[in-house]
Design a protein around this ligand. Sequence first.
Ligand SMILES: Nc1ncnc2c1ncn2[C@@H]1O[C@H](COP(=O)(O)O)[C@@H](OP(=O)(O)O)[C@H]1O
Ligand SMILES: [Mg+2]
Length: 250
Amino acid sequence: MSDHDLAADLATRAGKLLLSVRDRGLPDAAARKAAGDAESHTFLMAQLAELCPGDAVLSEEGADDAARLSADRVWIVDPLDGTREFSEPDRADWAVHVALWTLGELVAGAVALPAEGTTIDTGRPPTVPARAGGPIRLAVSRSRPPVMVAEVATRLRADLVPMGSAGVKAMAVVRGQADAYVHAGGQYEWDSAAPVAVARAAGLHTSRIDGSPLQYNRPSPWLPDLVVCRPELAEQVLAAVAEAQGNART
Ligand SMILES: Nc1ncnc2c1ncn2[C@@H]1O[C@H](COP(=O)(O)O)[C@@H](OP(=O)(O)O)[C@H]1O
Ligand SMILES: [Mg+2]
């Protein structure tokens, strides 16, 4: 099995497990969050240990092991992204992220959208649909929308599209449901690694908000901002971000 297929298979199966956790009738949102995070993490760690015993893993739910910094192959996983949305009945905006970093680059990845029964991976990246007319649609965090992103939307005359999960927002751009995803102020490598791997494979622009490259498997997993957008909008979006930040500093 290729690394693309393995990423897709693991994300899909973790997603099915999460659907069963959701159907279990747990008493409240806190219990659903805790069970979802823990069970998906345990599943992915066990599978990776069995199938790729020599590889390192960086998971949101696991203790960070510095051995990953000298490993050639590192899986960067978020067992449940959009935990808040997962815990709310009937919401579909949550995801499983599985990415593989090898020697400085993201080389494979998959984002499962279990409530939609879909997984999007780097092996068969979809064709991004042509942009419909109308204002730019800017995907933004539903629960923690950065102030800066509202300013970017004003400058671009864009419509904000709030939704949960970094993976769901990046896949919204891949699937043509949004034109750009901008985040700032906080995130970790596991929140963006698989979404960015898939977005790149689909031909989208991905970068930090200052236009510099997103880099993974760094000593600190803190990676607080990103832009994922249609390539033809990259210059415009990055210019709007720079203006919004300049404004915030004055
Ligand atoms: N300011 C911040 N600091 C730390 N993590 C943040 C953050 N804003 C968003 N995130 C994380 O990024 C992911 C997507 O967030 P959002 O749905 O708000 O766009 C979530 O991951 P988890 O659900 O895995 O915790 C969330 O915790
Ligand atoms: Mg996350």
